[in-house]
Design a protein around this ligand. Structure first.
Ligand SMILES: NC(=O)C1=CN([C@@H]2O[C@H](COP(=O)(O)OP(=O)(O)OC[C@H]3O[C@@H](n4cnc5c(N)ncnc54)[C@H](OP(=O)(O)O)[C@@H]3O)[C@@H](O)[C@H]2O)C=CC1
Ligand SMILES: O=C1CO[C@H](CO)[C@@H](O)[C@@H]1O
Length: 322
């Protein structure tokens, strides 16, 4: 079984450099994730990236419990991540939400809890409250600085060992750090050769914040993909590099991220591909190949959350460089 390297966090804890993504895309596919989690544990995954908004945490909780009961793994060997959804940014909602996630995942604590996006949405039963006239998400006026204080509280209470952020830009991180008592351990962001985040990765690293790379394979099954959109896993140049190393395009994409120093969380529901995605620690891309892949960067963002573009805290604004 491959030995997955650990990434040191700024609070002395560590996070496995490879984890399983659990967002399953189109509705109706949520059930696949239970088997995927069980298979992943069997083949050696220990880091699981979950979120309330993926609406599958109960199934994941059952799968984890089943593997603990079977004696395949112990709770303390696992690194379980979840995320606070945008409609729960109001500070008084943070503790009830982490507790709901813990109940669903059947855990006493999380290893890492992230603020999923910097912008808050109108509180209520809808996960994506949307104005039918404009098609835009409906904002709440909660400031992530206040949400973060409540995140620090749930961290202090031991409901999660670490706290972090996701989809924050450099200006938002800078502002958060002015009042934060706890520095986020990671910023989970989209990162692959078409959007390699050189500046934001350096900005985070200079402040002791690791980067976790989401959609590292370019999320080829994302429901909103249109013909002609970025499709990094099918880039012939990536395939050609793979041929040189005897590795698949997915393995080259994941290895690229590992060598950038990030933690990487590919999703798969297929046992063979789960194994394939772990089999990336027995080779190294040369410095020349890393530099060559760096040149593929083309602002090829595939998870823009464009329906939030008018929100004052939308992170991917044209006036913010990174
Ligand atoms: N913080 C945030 O806002 C976000 C976080 N995320 C997190 O990141 C995770 C990963 O990103 P995601 O968008 O799911 O996309 P990925 O880039 O991980 O791609 C997943 C897709 O690639 C396919 N795939 C997996 N392995 C291989 C392989 N070896 N060869 C060919 N195809 C493969 C999967 O199909 P199959 O299952 O059939 O193998 C699936 O369709 C998410 O699941 C989620 O946990 C994602 C988006 C936003
Ligand atoms: O993590 C995520 C996976 O994809 C979802 C669909 O857009 C996003 O809402 C979310 O940020």
């Amino acid at each position: 079984m491959a030995n997955i390297p650990l990434i040191k966090l700024n609070n002395g804890l560590s996070m496995p450099a490879l984890g399983l993504g659990t967002w399953q895309g189109p509705p109706g596919r949520e059930a696949e994730v239970g088997q995927a989690v069980k298979d992943a544990i069997d083949v050696g995954y220990r880091h699981f990236d979950c979120a309330h908004v993926y609406e599958n945490e109960k199934i994941i909780g059952e799968a984890i419990q089943a593997k603990i009961k079977e004696g395949v793994v112990k709770r303390e060997d696992l690194f379980i991540v979840s995320k606070l959804w945008n409609t729960f940014h109001r500070p008084d909602l943070v503790e009830p939400m982490i507790k709901e996630t813990l109940r669903n995942l059947r855990l006493d604590y999380l290893d890492l809890y992230l603020v999923h996006w910097p912008y808050g949405l109108q509180e209520g039963p809808e996960l994506y409250p949307t104005d039918p006239k404009t098609g835009l998400f409906i904002s709440s006026d909660t400031d992530y600085v206040d949400t973060w204080k409540a995140m620090e509280e749930v961290n202090k209470k031991g409901l999660t060992k670490s706290i972090g952020i996701s989809n924050f830009n450099s200006k938002q991180i800078e502002r958060l750090l002015k009042s934060a008592k706890v520095v986020p351990v990671t910023n989970q962001i989209e990162c692959h050769p078409y959007l390699n985040q050189t500046k934001l990765r350096k900005f985070c690293s200079d402040r002791g914040i690791t980067v976790t790379s989401y959609s590292p394979l370019g999320s080829p099954a994302r429901p909103w993909q249109k013909p002609g959109d970025p499709d990094v896993i099918n880039d012939p140049k990536i395939k050609e590099i793979g041929n040189k190393y005897g590795k698949s395009p997915a393995q080259i994409l994941l290895r690229y991220n590992i060598q950038l120093g990030t933690s990487v969380i590919p999703k798969s529901s297929n046992k063979l591909r789960l194994k394939e995605n772990m089999d990336i620690f027995d080779f190294e891309l040369t410095a020349e190949d890393m530099k060559y892949i760096d040149t593929f960067d083309c602002n090829g963002r595939i998870c823009p959350h464009a329906e939030a573009r008018e929100h004052p805290l939308y992170p991917f604004r044209p006036d913010v460089e990174f």
